[in-house]
Design a protein around this ligand. Structure first.
Ligand SMILES: *[C@@H]1O[C@H](CO)[C@@H](O)[C@H](O)[C@H]1NC(C)=O
Ligand SMILES: [Zn+2]
Length: 510
């Protein structure tokens, strides 16, 4: 990939100290020593996802744009949940339709090559490479061979390309469109490929390298707001040290929303393609819908979905104004085995769930779990009791619930516990902290979108994009064979993956 990538950037709502530390860390050269990989991994985890825009030359063809939206971990029940909640909270008529409801065209099957339950890497690669592969695979086929992606092929055809996400930009979904590695955890290699710098000196300050390589780089809300629509590409924007904050926890002064980032990307891409007959391919991901569902947190989950629905509305407006554009929205898989309704006692359940319980919550369980974890005074139990009242509106916490919160646990144990306290009161159900294998809703709007009607394998979505943009993925795959990117970590890194119980081809070893 290449010189030509633009990624927006920013640091997050983190404190100034953290920012300074981050900046210092970034400018400090890292030497190859036994800690090399560890240190480098830390640096890469400082990348935060936002926007990558790639630029290339133009030629003559009718102008077509594709906006591929991915709602990570958003199953059919999550759509019902967000609709019912929104309708209830805004007192809307019962036939209210969300921005997604009105463009439903079918369903997508999500299984991967290695399992009936996919992960996000195989789920995104199914679309990007039009190919079922093993769980954990990033832009490689089931034999670990790099496969050309629709983004790369679009770029090779002279289209502009971009990625807008709320996770780290090196996370599975954006990585599967823009890099090729045998395992999703090799984020340090993913970052190198995304930035397109292959010959580097030993110190690996990738952001500095990217800037030297021609990238514009932004890292604050202010720079984001002031960014000119005619800014040149490539452009890198990173707005947080890790993933961006959950929308419910987000400080709008520090971090833009998914919808704002998407609007900005559309403005920039439109401006740059204005005088050309070539359009663009933009991938937009609501990355953290999935993460909140992994935590079984109905509050974080809801607000990520509402932020995604806002983004869908933004994109639909763009499609209306730009007839050559098609947008597709699909999930890579369902997460949490989430459902609307739950039996919470031994007696036969009432047919009801309680949106008011959710409406009282002010923060994600993740944020509250962090607060409890870092609380270092003696009266943790009292602190927890006050916290669940103020932040979650729970005034009837049981002795067992507070006993748990009063003891020392890991941050994610607290988060899971708080999630359960809310879910059980709202009578919302979860079957797993992982993914499930149910079909997910498929949405599309704009040019040729009717072609996606019906029940499809996820690979058919990639095929639709390929056909719509007349892309040649095979020639990309062929050139990747000649000029193969580094798809594996060095021996030490691969061994570390293994030591953590991770098998390249099958998630976790027994
Ligand atoms: C997975 O891929 C291999 C190699 O291409 C193929 O032989 C196998 O049938 C595939 N399995 C599934 C379940 O798709
Ligand atoms: Zn997930």
């Amino acid at each position: 990939m290449a010189k030509g990538t633009v990624i927006y950037d920013t640091l997050s709502s983190s404190s100034n100290e953290e920012r300074e530390e981050f900046i210092n860390n970034r400018s400090r050269p890292i030497r190859r020593n036994p800690l090399f990989y560890l240190a480098f991994t830390v640096i890469i985890s400082l990348f935060v996802g936002c926007i990558i825009l790639l630029h290339y030359s133009f030629n003559v063809e009718p102008k077509r744009n594709v906006i591929m939206m991915i709602s990570d971990g958003f199953g059919p029940a999550s759509e019902t949940y967000s609709r019912l909640y929104y309708q209830w909270s805004k007192n809307l008529p019962v036939d209210y339709e969300t921005p997604l409801d009105s463009i439903l065209v079918g369903a997508s099957r999500t299984r991967s090559n290695s399992s009936m339950i996919t992960d996000s890497a195989a789920g995104a690669t199914a679309i990007s490479c039009i190919m079922k592969t093993y769980n954990n695979a990033i832009g490689v086929d089931s034999d670990e061979v790099p496969c050309g992606t629709v983004l790369e092929a679009a770029k090779a055809n002279g289209l502009l390309t971009g990625l807008v996400v709320t996770s780290r930009i090196t996370h599975a979904t954006p990585a599967s469109f823009s890099s090729h590695v045998v395992h999703r955890n090799l984020e340090h290699l993913i970052a190198e490929q995304q930035i397109g710098i292959t010959c580097r000196p030993d110190e690996k300050d990738l952001i500095q390298q990217a800037q030297k390589g021609g990238f514009g780089y932004i890292q604050s809300r202010k720079e984001f707001d002031n960014l000119r629509t005619d800014s040149s590409f490539p452009l890198l924007g990173l707005f947080a040290l890790d993933h961006m904050d959950y929308d419910i926890d987000r400080d709008p002064v520090a971090q833009p929303s998914l919808s704002e980032m998407t609007q900005k990307a559309l403005d920039l891409l439109s401006k740059s393609t204005e005088k050309s007959d070539k359009g663009f391919f933009l991938m937009v991901e609501g990355s953290r819908i999935d993460m909140a569902a992994h935590e079984n947190d109905p509050v974080g989950h809801l607000h990520e979905i509402l932020a995604y629905q806002d983004t869908v509305a933004t994109v639909k407006k763009y499609v209306d104004a730009n007839p050559g554009t098609v947008m597709i929205s699909v999930s890579d898989h369902e997460t949490g085995g989430f459902t609307v309704g739950r039996q919470v006692t031994t007696s036969y359940p009432k047919y009801i769930w309680y949106p008011e319980v959710i409406s009282k919550c002010k923060k994600s369980s993740f944020a509250l779990g962090q607060m409890l974890f870092t609380y270092d005074k003696e009266d943790r139990r009292e602190f927890a009791s006050g916290m669940v009242k103020e932040q979650l509106g729970i005034t009837d916490a049981t002795k067992e619930e507070l006993d748990f919160l009063g003891n020392k646990h890991g941050a994610s144990d607290y988060a899971h516990h708080l999630s359960e306290m809310v879910s059980v009161r709202a009578e919302l159900g979860w079957t797993t902290h992982g993914h499930t294998g149910v079909d997910v809703n498929l949405y599309a709007y704009g040019a040729d979108s009717h072609q996606l009607a019906g029940n499809h394998e996820n690979t058919e979505i990639g095929r639709f994009i390929r056909n719509y943009l007349s892309l040649d993925l095979d020639s990309i795959t062929a050139s990747l064979k000649k000029n193969t990117p580094q798809t594996r970590g060095d021996e030490g890194t691969m061994k570390k993956l293994h030591m953590r119980g991770i098998d390249v081809h099958g998630d976790y070893l027994p």
